[in-house]
Design a protein around this ligand. Sequence first.
Ligand SMILES: [Mn+2]
Length: 504
Amino acid sequence: MGFPWKSSSPRAVEMARIKTRKLLKKLLRSMFPDLTRCQEVDIKDTYQFSSRKKIKTCIKDYPLQINLYPDSKALHLYPEPVLNQDSDGVTTNNYILFDPDVFYSDISGFYRLQDEDTITLGGEPEQRAMLNVPPETPARKLSIGIEDGWLTFQSPIPDPMPSITPLFRDKNVRRVLDWRRNKLSRLREIFGSPIALLPPDEAIALLREVNEILEREKYRPRDKDGRPGGVVALPDESTAIIVGDLHAKVDNLLVVLSQNNFLEALDAGRATLVILGDAVHPEGDTALDEMVSSMLIMDLIFKLKIRFPQQVFYVRGNHDSFAEEIAKNGIPQGLLWEKTLKKQRGKAYKKEMSRFYELLPYVAYSKHFVACHAAPPVSSTSLNKIINIRKNRKLYKELADNRLRQANRPAGYTKSDVKRFRKCLDLAKKTPVIVGHTPLSVDDTLWENVGEIENHYIVYSSDSSWVGLMAQIGDRLYPVRYPVESMTSIINALPDEEEKRSAK
Ligand SMILES: [Mn+2]
């Protein structure tokens, strides 16, 4: 498959620029080793900065605690683990920086440092919101970077002195890994063990139950016929987690649920998960005619809906259909999907899936965001029109199947459509407008200020290496990425409760 819009995307240009800058940094260091040389320190005990001099330390498997000045808030810098089937995770060369006071207990922000990244702490308001750095912290208090496999630190403002302390105790070293592994049994509880396709009779019972929920759904203003309308109007106090097109990537959905405190916040009734449609039909590096993983991912989404009926919402995408025109590279995925469902689960199941599609909303919003599958409407619209979308084929196409305007796509949407979308829902000017549907390059999962339109995001959650989502932290939504892990096999390889008991 191709991405014809890749080369012209401003984000792709930006990514290329960052890559070039990183390469230049490497080149400069190799050409002028004396200029860029810094003192090597083996941090075995608390290290206090007494000058502006840059230090470097070997990347180790243990975490570090950072204090920006004596008795300031402690931040933690952890090697980012990736789960595998053994209880020891694989450690990447990435580090994550976070506030340990909220990281393990609430939906919270963090920074990831990868090769050639640098972060300078202190000052910025967004950083303060992410790391809860107190407002009195001076700007440019400490820089942390990764250079050629070394961790580097520099304190441009060393007075009062920042310090770094290694966290050697086993409990500390394994804390992020153990915290993530502990979530897996809860996932198994929700999705059943093993995570696998349901037998046809259970599958249809599950889907019927979901459709019954959708018929009576809360937060769905009714249309003129008294049926659930095209809009999910979420309560302002709910915290939003927004996932883009999953395209049958079961592991990506499971990664999302095992990260941050998303599942805990759902369990506590505090969060809402919005999936922006197109969870079916493989894309990219997978066989386009393989429909079994699409059946599995819908089973999992249905189980989530039953578990959190008022907190999980699936917004309709263009692939959520049996239409003939749903095709990729000449493979008629819509028709294949219909055929597979009939064959594997029977005509009644296929009919129930059609009913599900008919019952879906097209737009989800709260005071904090508005989201739909593909695009803000280009025709004049109103909340009332979107609620009554069921008989409005044109509006459905606009919301679920349009893209940004380009020379070869004159019917695409523009900045004024994004603005009008907010306005028709009575949302503030800077409210994030989030869509899926149109990845802007093959090497990312999230794009910000798309089409140079501020606070307009694309989130596409079916990449094989990274899964992106938008998460509400405080009052704002932020783009967040997580590495993809083989979650299905990891969860299915967990010892079950019986085995655990007998092992004791
Ligand atoms: Mn789509």
